[in-house]
Design a protein around this ligand. Structure first.
Ligand code: SAH
Length: 274
């Protein structure tokens, strides 16, 4: 007597929808995403009551075992659980000083050719937004050296890097960059500080021949002084640009530019050591 054919097992025919990597594990960094807000949370094996700024009381123990992308209820909100990309991390940072926005960070990485293995000096750390982008790009074997004048920002920025799981790629020094950097032959120096022209000499000393310098200047007067200092120190190939980003509201009945788009942030000036 022959056995009746068994119905094909759907789960055996298709790769399982959830593999180990598709599930959030303890210690994974998770981005909880609302429409326009991001919260960076580390999943915890034990869990407990945590207060997360903007989100309220949340137990990170709830995340363990969740499939990435699955919505999770939090009070009246429904949050998506995202694997953190660098844009999510930047949006989720706790901010103090004005941060460098992704539109500018991404262009800095591109123009300064910052990539895996690069060694980069930066000043100052502020909230660590630009630092995070730099660290992300130089991983896994590159390094970022960041100089920061103020102890409170050193601590604030460093805490953000730890939260983002990027701190092992960054050395933070509470020092005035104008007094010189310890490193030599670095690939790039990026200056986001009020008077970067006073640090162009230090940047020159630290850079390798042909290395990249970038200054981030909110004001025209600052960009002019930065360029003057670059010319004085023999930098070449100077370029200044401003990026305007215009997000759109896309709806079923029609689409239009967002009324609240980000206006001016800063002028980026790039140069190369001769
Ligand atoms: N790029 C940061 C924001 C930096 S705000 C971000 O994206 O989050 C500018 C920072 O430069 C401040 O923290 C300020 O304390 C620091 N700073 C100002 N002058 C400095 C100097 N001479 N050396 C090092 N850091 C300096």
């Amino acid at each position: 007597m022959s056995l009746p054919p068994t119905a094909p097992d759907a789960s055996a025919a298709e790769p399982a929808a959830t593999t180990a990597a598709a599930i959030i594990a303890a210690d994974d960094l998770v981005v909880l995403a609302e429409e326009d807000r991001r919260y960076l949370v580390r999943a915890e094996a034990k869990g407990g009551v945590r207060k997360i700024k903007g989100l309220g009381i949340f137990d990170p123990g709830r995340l363990v075992g969740y499939a990435w992308g699955t919505p999770i209820d939090q009070g009246t909100k429904t949050l998506r659980t995202l694997r953190p990309g660098i844009a999510d991390i930047t949006r989720g940072l706790a901010r103090k000083a004005q941060i460098v926005q992704p539109k500018d960070t991404s262009r800095i990485l591109f123009e300064c050719d910052i990539r895996a293995g690069s060694r980069v000096i930066e000043a100052g750390i502020g909230s660590g937004a630009l630092t995070s982008g730099l660290a992300w790009a130089v991983a896994p074997m590159g390094h970022v050296y960041t100089y920061e004048l103020r102890e409170d920002f050193t601590e604030w920025g460093q805490a953000n890097l730890v939260r983002a799981g990027l701190d092992h790629l960054v050395t933070v020094k509470t020092r005035d960059i104008k007094l010189g950097a310890d490193e030599r032959d670095v690939d790039a120096v990026v200056l986001d500080m009020p008077d970067p022209w006073h640090a162009v000499g230090a940047a020159h000393d630290a850079l390798r021949a042909d290395g990249h310098l970038c200054t981030y200047n909110p004001l025209v007067s600052q960009l002019e002084q930065s360029r003057e200092a670059m010319v004085e120190h023999g930098f070449q190939d100077l370029r200044t640009l401003e990026l305007i980003e215009r997000p759109w509201v896309v709806g079923e009945r029609g689409s239009r530019p967002d009324h609240n788009f980000l206006g001016h942030t800063a002028f980026l000036t790039f140069a190369r050591k001769a």
